[in-house]
Design a protein around this ligand. Structure first.
Ligand code: SF4
Length: 381
């Protein structure tokens, strides 16, 4: 029986929650590289290639078809963006959507970026456009990694979240095909109130799927109607604990997004395990500034607008009018977000604000204030 058939036919087994030590995983994907200066260049540029998606749901109740709403940057503008990413020596260009396969120039763009020695990942949706030939072609072009979304450990959980019957099976088939052509896969999952209990089962499923990495997005509400899905302070701390313990028993990298305070949690656990006082831990005293919204990370949307985070709807400008490096290094939005002294509340008083600083996207979503305290942090200053 294949892994896919096995996962579809049986519930995820209960995991061993034994007290094993952490492996090298469990770090934030946006931690600074040693010796890097993220004021000069981002460590990751994420480009939303398109908002278009022609995902036809099997269920008549669900409609997942998003049309292009604004002008997308042209192929020539895309090549110019890639040239800038290459010139800045950005370590990773993450291509995402919508459905990137809705762009007819996807393959030429990837080919162009590979010729510029830009390392890329591509996040795909499990649409019928993703066939075996497409995955083989992406591998042959030189793509570094494929990303897929999986929001639940079982077909029932994931399909309910995505509102597309069969999307769990289809996602697993894509992962299997990537393995066949030896193209590494990472899985993205949004953790919100409705699926915090699924973190441990997800770790088991991802182990069986032999993924290269798991990127856990901590939910940021887009509007007041979504606030109930945001984790509370206590739920966030419990999720950190589950991820921290779980990452010690898996072989793949576990990363978090929009949860810079997970670094604080890790450091607290390391202090506890080494019987060192938290603020006397070398990792706290000598740590470089942590990467956060605007600090090492850039999001470029389908029309070329440049944001400090995918979840922070404030643009610094447009790459079709201004150089990416200028927007990243000199715009008032990116500059002020790097000033730790602007933080308010507990984040202002926090001794590890340089490592963390809280999710500016979540603070803005909840309070309308870019510099307000992170709403989901349990740290008592
Ligand atoms: S108080 Fe703010 S800066 Fe300190 S750990 Fe929490 S979120 Fe991070």
């Amino acid at each position: 029986m294949s892994v896919i058939e096995d996962l579809l036919s049986s519930p995820a087994p209960i995991l061993d929650n034994g007290n094993r030590r952490r492996a090298s995983g469990g770090s934030d994907s946006r931690l600074p590289l040693k010796g890097s200066d993220f004021r000069l260049r981002p460590l990751q540029v994420t480009w939303q290639m398109t908002q278009a998606c022609e995902w036809k749901p099997v269920s008549p109740k669900a409609v997942r078809r998003t049309r292009r709403t604004r002008r997308e940057i042209s192929t020539a503008e895309a090549f110019h963006l890639i040239d800038q990413v290459a010139a800045m020596h950005v370590p990773l260009l993450a291509l995402t959507g919508g459905d990137p396969l809705c762009r007819s120039d996807l393959f030429p763009v990837i080919e162009f970026a590979c010729r510029r020695s830009v390392r890329m990942s591509l996040t795909l949706l499990p649409t019928p456009k993703v066939d075996d030939n497409a995955i083989t072609a992406l591998k042959e072009l030189g793509l570094m990694r494929i990303g897929v979304w999986l929001h639940g450990s079982t077909a029932a959980l994931h399909d309910r979240y995505s509102k597309i019957d069969g999307s769990y099976r289809r996602t697993l088939e894509i992962i299997e095909r990537c393995h066949e052509v030896q193209l590494p896969v990472h899985v993205n999952t949004t953790v919100a109130r409705s699926n915090t209990q699924d973190i441990d089962p997800m770790l088991d499923v991802l182990t069986r799927l032999d993924v290269a990495a798991w990127n856990v997005f901590f939910f940021v509400p887009a509007n007041a109607g979504e606030r109930d899905e945001m984790l509370t302070v206590q739920e966030t701390e419990q999720a950190f604990g589950t991820i921290y313990r779980g990452s010690g028993r898996v072989h793949f990298q576990v990363k978090t997004t929009e949860a810079p305070h997970y670094q604080r949690y890790i450091l607290q656990q390391l202090a506890r395990e080494s019987k060192t006082r938290f603020l006397e831990l070398d990792a706290v005293r000598y740590a470089p500034q942590g990467v956060n919204d605007s600090r090492g990370f850039v999001f470029v949307d389908s029309s070329g607008e440049v944001y400090p985070s995918r979840f922070l709807p404030l643009s610094a400008g447009n790459v079709t009018e201004q150089a990416l490096s200028d927007l990243y290094c000199n715009s008032s939005l990116f500059s002020c977000l790097r000033e730790g002294s602007r933080l308010k509340g507990r984040c202002c008083r926090c001794p590890v604000r340089g490592i963390c600083g809280g999710s500016r996207a979540r603070a803005y979503a909840v309070t309308g204030d870019l510099f307000a305290a992170e709403p989901t942090c349990a740290y008592e200053v």
